[in-house]
Design a protein around this ligand. Structure first.
Ligand SMILES: [Zn+2]
Length: 279
């Protein structure tokens, strides 16, 4: 009933699933990296927005100061005219004081306006420089994002290839084995099939397998599972994933968060030996 091919196929599905998990982790990094690529441009654009806002505030302040100075000058002119019509010294002194205060206020307004104009000139220069930097940064975003999108496509294509191969291989697996495999896989277990070691131990939990079961496994008599950890045991060699070996290398994931890349290589290491799940 259980063919020699079956556990070997399950091991291939297991290898494919390891690879699929790696590709999934890779795919999950792309959204974040697409944003990351845009960040420098966004930061410069936001700063530019703030400085531009400040600039227009300063320009409004200058206009307000100039209007205030104009008003005061008009009042000073009226006072000048009154000065010609004063009838006594006391009145003349009072107008004099008022005129004096007004002229000093006008001077202060003008001085403040000049300072602001100077600040405006410098800010305008900053706006110009920031604008140029923002434009440069923005121009770099699109090509980098295009590369990332094309990398992401390469990962999705590989995923499709792996999923297709998985379906193909599973079709050769007997229903009981497939059920066990899918149940384990569905519960998040990474090792479903493993080798019976030469010393008669389970390749996953290293528990010793009873002699009679060992013989059944060696004779390839059906689906034998470790009584301790539940994995399917086999003496068949681990298959290579032949038709995927010719596929081109996937682009590297430069900005993968450290944690994801660390657990990714752990999975790969586990898959490489296939017998040392708890190494
Ligand atoms: Zn075991």
């Amino acid at each position: 009933m259980t063919s020699t091919y079956t556990t070997g196929s399950l091991r291939e599905v297991q290898k494919l699933d390891e690879r699929i998990r790696e590709i999934q982790k890779g795919l999950a990094t792309f959204d974040e990296r697409l944003l990351e690529v845009e960040e420098p441009a966004l930061a410069l654009e936001s700063e530019l927005g703030q400085v531009t806002e400040r600039l227009s505030q300063m320009k409004a302040d200058v206009r307000r100061l100039e209007r205030a100075a104009d008003d005061k000058r008009a009042r000073a002119e009226k006072l000048d005219q009154r000065m010609n019509k004063v009838s006594n010294l006391r009145e003349e002194a009072a107008v004099h004081v008022e005129l004096d205060l007004l002229k000093r206020a006008i001077d202060a307004d003008e001085h403040e306006a000049l300072q602001l104009l100077d600040q405006i000139r410098r800010t305008e220069q900053t706006v110009e420089e920031l604008g140029a930097s923002a434009r440069t940064a923005r121009a770099e975003v699109e090509p980098r994002q295009r590369t990332l999108r094309s990398d992401r496509r390469a990962y999705s294509d590989r995923m499709e290839l792996l999923l297709g191969r998985r379906t193909e291989v599973l079709a050769h697996v007997g229903p009981p084995e497939r059920r066990v495999y899918e149940a384990f896989h569905g519960s998040g277990r990474k090792v479903v099939v493993t080798s019976l070691l030469d010393d008669g131990a389970c390749g996953h939990c290293f528990g010793v397998i009873p002699l009679q079961l060992q013989n059944e496994i060696r004779r390839r008599e059906g689906l034998i599972r470790c009584e301790n950890c539940g994995v399917i045991l086999t003496t068949e060699p681990e298959p290579a994933i032949q038709d995927l070996e010719g596929a081109p290398d996937l682009p590297p994931l430069d900005a993968v968060p450290k944690a994801a890349s660390a657990s990714g290589s752990e999975v790969a290491a586990e898959g490489a030996t296939g017998e040392s799940g708890s190494a």
